[in-house]
Design a protein around this ligand. Sequence first.
Ligand SMILES: [Zn+2]
Length: 395
Amino acid sequence: MLLPTALLALIGLLHPSLAYAPLSDDTLQQLPSPGDDFDIHKGAILAPILRTRVSGTPGNAQVLQHFIDFFEKHLPHWEITLHNSTSTTPVSNGKEIAFVNFIATRDPPGSKVGEVARLALAAHYDSKLTPHGFIGATDSAAPCAMILHAARSIDMALTKKWESAEGADDLELEEQRGVQILLLDGEEAFKVWTDDDSLYGARALASHWESLPHPTLSTYRTPLDSISLFMLLDLLGSSSPNVPSYFRTTHWAYKHMADLETRLRKLGAFKSSPNHPTKFAKRKAKNPKAKPRAEQPFLVDANKGNNEFYGGFVQDDHVPFMARGVEILHMIPTPFPRVWHELDDDGEHLDMDTVEDWTRLVTAFVAEWMELEGFFDFKEGKRKDEYVATGKSEL
Ligand SMILES: [Zn+2]
């Protein structure tokens, strides 16, 4: 039995970026929910994003400031970078419009530039110019909020994991892994979607990073090369989403996420499930013979075969990254939500159970990717949240 074990260890060393460790049922059930922070009127995370935020306007700048404030207040270990670019648009009459991407990165302590492989979580934060007053709650205010909550939920566990490694030597033995958050500007077209009128922020960032080499002999050549997986969330927050697996090379990661969804549903931790304990109890009260209903998974392609990929995908912020070789996991439903690019894609039309379920799923996926089982302290997390919420200084 020695040989297989040794072989497995060798494979682990050769493919460190494929490391991935499941969370326990206990951890899955206890992952913090966003609660009041996702209240659409007053919630500290979501409400400030639910406003018009067209690129180059004050509303856009205020949402960007909200992200900066959130990280400065709750996540001081993350390095914040703003990536600026300008471009004319079909409606700017030759004037240059500013686009600002928000980037937050957390790498292991003492790690060197060019030696860290990062899981990137991406969503766009700008809103569409038309129809006038468009909010874009699913497009993509809610996905931005999901990512902020996921970052906050794993932050302390990351600290614990890295503190538990005995110095940099331990971390060097396994791959150095970090997390990066990309809240991108200028995704929407100002007039009609074309290659030039869309993806302003993503195109500028992918091009910039491609020409920003890490030091000679680095493991990863550029910041683009450092991205082991680019997970893009878009148009999430309406009920009953149907999200296919778009790319063969990341189908393995999609399947991990689909496994998590199945487990969360079985554990009664998926609020939109018809069998969530509260909903099932109500049906039972009406009819004692009520049976569990069939689950309708968000991730519908868990059983798709590797030879069933025909190259279809949705144009979105991943395109300039994918064109440069970055691996993409695209969480976007097909068909799009009914409210897509309509005025009623607003806070009131979000399905909050679905929003919360996506948030839990994304948080769990990041925690598994970063191998955080055993490093969560939910009691301590709660105390810290209470301290922040009440502003008490004695804690
Ligand atoms: Zn859109």
